[in-house]
Design a protein around this ligand. Sequence first.
Ligand code: ADP
Ligand code: ASP
Ligand code: MG
Length: 403
Amino acid sequence: MGKVVLKFGGTSVGDVAKIKATAEQAIREKEKGHEVVVVVSAMGKSTDHLVNLAEQINPKAPSREMDMLLSTGEQVTIALLAMAIEHEGHAAISYTGWQAGLVTEEIHGNARIQNILTTNVGKALDEGKIVVVAGFQGLSENGEITTLGRGGSDTTAVALAAALGAEKCSICTDVVGVYTSDPRYISEARKLAEIDYDEMLELANLGAGVLHPRAVEYAKNFNIPLEVRGAHVVEVGTMIKEGNLLETKQVVRGVAFDDKIARIRVSFKSVDKMNVACIFTKLAEEHVNVDIIVQSIGEEAGPSAVSFSLKEADLEEALRVLEQNKAAIGYHDLVTESGLAKVSIVGSGMVSNPGVAAQMFTVLRNAGISVRMISTSEIKVSVVVPEVKMLEAAEVCHQTFDV
Ligand code: ADP
Ligand code: ASP
Ligand code: MG
C-alpha cells in the first residue's frame, strides 16, 4: 500500500481529546499498511487569536512579522500530535513547513509553494514513522518564514501528496463533505458524493471556505484524488476528481457566497483620457487583487467609467494607489461602495444550458435584490449584491436551481 496524506483543520485538533482522536486515526491508517503523513492546522481559533493580538499591538504590522507570529500556531499542534502518537506506542516525528522542505516565494501572508524537498519526510517514512507536518507555512529561498494565506494548510497537504506521489489526500474537517452550499447558513444544502475539480475550484475561489482554492488547483494539476470528510466520524465524504460524475443532470452544482466586498468606480471625462491598463498595472504592482471589472464607454448614457470589485480589506490600499497615480490614469472622479457581497452559482452543466444566467437575474429581481455587478464564465454566474441580502440571494438561487 502506498502513501496517504491526511489533513486535520483547526476545529478537528481544537483540544486534547481531538488531538488524541487524530492520533488514533493516523495510527489506524498506518495499521492498514499505509505510509502516513498528517498535516495539521493551528488548534481551534488560535490563528484568529494571534491575528487579534497583533492588531492590538500594531494594526499595520509588517507582513514579515505577521508570518513569524502566525506560523507558531501550527508548530504547537505538530508537537502535541507527534507526542500523542508516540504515547500510543507508534513512532512519529513532527516537522515544521521548512523542515518538511516547503520552499515558497517570498510573498508574506500569501506565498505560493515553489518546490518541495521531500528528503526529511521521505526518510522518516522509510523508517516507518508517522510524519506530522505543520500546514500553512514554508520558507523562501532567502530563509524567510512565509505563510500560504488563511486556510492554506489544505494546500500544504495536497502539495505534499503530489510531491510524495501519494495515492490519496483526505481533508478531514468539521463538516462531513462538500455541500451544495455552506451548510452553516443554507438550510437546504446537501452533501455531494462527488464534484469535479473545475467546479470545486470555482466554488472555492468564489467563497466556499471548505477548501483552500490552491489546494484544488494542485489536486487538479497533479491529478490527486482529493477527499473531504468529517474529521472524527466514519461517514463517507465527498470525492473531488476529474469529470464524468454520476449526477450529471445537475445544471448547477453549488452556490457560493463571499462577503466584505467593495466596489470602486473610476470615471473619465472622455474615452481618450481613459487609461484602463494603467489602473490595473499600478494595482497589480502593489499586489492589490481586483475581481470583477466592468467598463462602460460613455455616449449619451453618461461618462466613460471603469468599475471593479475587490475585498473591502484592500479598499484603502487601492484608493491610495489610484490617487497616487491619478495623472497617469487620467481619471476625473472616484466613487466607492462598501457593504457588498458576491453570490455565485457554479456547475459544468451550464455550458450547454442557455438561460441559466437569465433565470438567476429574474429570481433575484423578483426577490427585490438589486444586482450591482455581474460576471460569468462557462461554468459560473456571479452577482454582486448588498451584503445584507447575501444569504437571501444564496437561498433563492439554491431553491430555484434545485441544487
Ligand atoms: P478547517 O478548519 O477544517 O480547515 P474550515 O472552516 O476551513 O475548516 O472549512 C470548513 C467549513 O467550510 C465548514 O464548517 C462550512 O461552514 C464551510 N463551508 C463553506 N462552504 C461549504 C460547502 N460548500 N460545503 C461544506 N462546507 C462549506
Ligand atoms: N491556521 C491557518 C488559518 O487559520 C491555516 C489553516 O488552518 O489552514 O488560516
Ligand atoms: Mg480550512
